[in-house]
Design a protein around this ligand. Structure first.
Ligand code: NIG
Ligand code: FE
Length: 422
């Protein structure tokens, strides 16, 4: 599809000037819109938009796809800057263990958790893993996700971490969704290294990072900095090694305990700090004005019954809060950003406008694609959501669990064709 005209939209939300890369805390309550609006795109990029009263006369209709969006909203597509969508198998048996009273940490101590997923991933052929991950990402696109980050972290060996990142690279090549990739070898200590943690850190810093950089398999480096996983000094070592090879940090911190990971991540210029369920006042203080983006994962809190990240406090400090799914088999078996939107509003008391800014503009910034996605801006990708006929913007998070999306476009081309294209 070359040219695209969307007309009669009830509103187009998320208008931003070119050059703006984040929406900071207090400004997040506003989601600039035009009501009764049109938008055009060409060659996958937004070319113009405005109120219907000013719709320019079109002389050449050839090759133009026209969408009548009467009664519907147009939004920038969701950006999901934190997923672990490549994995071998779900872990619903642990889900039942959790219902019976075991905690995430108790399950991990019994050999479940990340190590369980690692054993299954190592055993599975690349082709099968690729097909499973592809189907998951396609399902996410259907739910409005137009950009996502994918991590390794279930290989935990040189070969299997590279296998995961090569699968991610293939996904990037075959799917239209915008993707970034992250090396998360420091996700858990593999059993082979139980007696010698330093040797595993050596493998990550001296072999994996250089190899990944050489093959251009990742954009970022991640560490699960947490009690019983990796210490702050270990994370710092990985961040320094990553930086030496052009891989910036995007790290798991403060999921269960506050051990100083945020301060260290900020010191090393991490792009984002993710999770943040357990936050001390000093942790919030360290983030204020830092340039490191706090990324909250409310579906993980929901699934594990752990605290929700302090979205309001972070926004009060004028931080550009971002939202992501954390899609993974252990703590978030859902890649649905629409559910994240509902949880952000219901459980973290974000306004619908704040949550939508967090899952478009700020989540695009948390994967460094806000110059091409995250808002309605001339020159950005026409990667858009067209809703069903819904009464208001607030209805989207309010009527949780229902599907409010009609059509999803990526680079101007439908990846989900609803009734507006029928
Ligand atoms: O972000 N907490 C660390 N990593 C994942 C969970 C991984 C798993 O349990 O398989 C997360 O929640
Ligand atoms: Fe995660």
């Amino acid at each position: 599809m070359r040219g695209l005209l969307i007309k009669n939209a009830k509103a187009i939300y998320g208008l931003r000037p070119a050059g703006q890369n984040t929406v900071n805390g207090r400004a997040m309550a506003e989601l600039p819109a035009i009501h009764d609006a049109w938008l055009t795109a060409e060659d996958g990029l937004i070319t113009a938009f405005g109120p219907m009263a000013d719709l320019p006369g079109i002389t050449d209709w050839s090759g133009l796809t026209v969408i009548d969006a009467t009664g519907r909203f147009v939004l920038p597509g969701w950006c999901d800057p934190h997923t672990h969508s490549i994995f071998a198998a779900p872990r619903e048996e642990e889900f039942v263990d959790k219902i019976n009273g075991l905690s995430y940490q108790e399950i991990a101590a019994r050999g479940g958790g990340i190590l369980n997923s690692a054993m299954k991933l190592r055993a599975m052929a690349e082709e099968e893993l690729f097909a499973k991950a592809k189907a998951r990402v396609e399902a996410m696109m259907h739910q409005g996700t137009v950009a996502l980050e994918i991590k390794s972290g279930y290989g935990l060996s040189l070969d299997s971490e590279l296998k995961m990142l090569r699968i991610a690279k293939r996904l990037k090549e075959v799917l239209p969704v915008r993707m970034k990739t992250t090396l998360l070898a420091a996700h858990a200590l593999p059993p082979e290294f139980k007696a010698d943690r330093t040797a595993y850190l050596d493998l990550i810093c001296e072999q994996l990072i250089p190899q990944v950089a050489k093959e251009e398999l990742a954009d970022y480096v991640d560490v699960f900095c947490e009690t019983n996983y990796f210490t702050v000094p270990e994370m710092e070592r990985v961040l320094v090694a990553g930086a030496a090879h052009g891989l910036r940090g995007k790290v798991h911190v403060n999921q269960f305990t506050s051990i100083g990971g945020i301060q260290a991540a900020v010191k090393h210029g991490a792009l984002s700090v993710d999770h943040l369920e357990v936050m001390e006042p000093a942790d919030i203080e360290a983030l204020a004005g830092s340039g490191t983006i706090p990324t909250l994962l409310p579906s993980c809190s929901f699934f594990l019954r752990i605290p929700y990240g302090p979205a309001r406090q972070l926004m009060e400090r004028d931080l550009p809060v971002a939202l992501a799914t954390d899609h993974n088999p252990g703590t978030t078996p859902s890649g649905n950003m629409n559910f994240v939107l509902s949880l952000a509003c219901i459980q973290m008391r974000m306004l619908p406008e704040e949550a939508i800014n967090a899952m478009t503009m700020n989540s695009a910034a948390a994967m460094e694609v806000s110059d091409e996605l995250g808002s309605i801006t001339v020159g950005k990708r026409a990667s858009l959501i067209i809703t069903k006929e819904v009464p208001s913007l607030a209805y989207l998070p309010y009527a949780f669990g229902s599907d409010h999306i009609d059509t999803v476009l990526i680079d101007g081309t439908p990846v989900r064709s609803g009734s507006v294209l029928a």
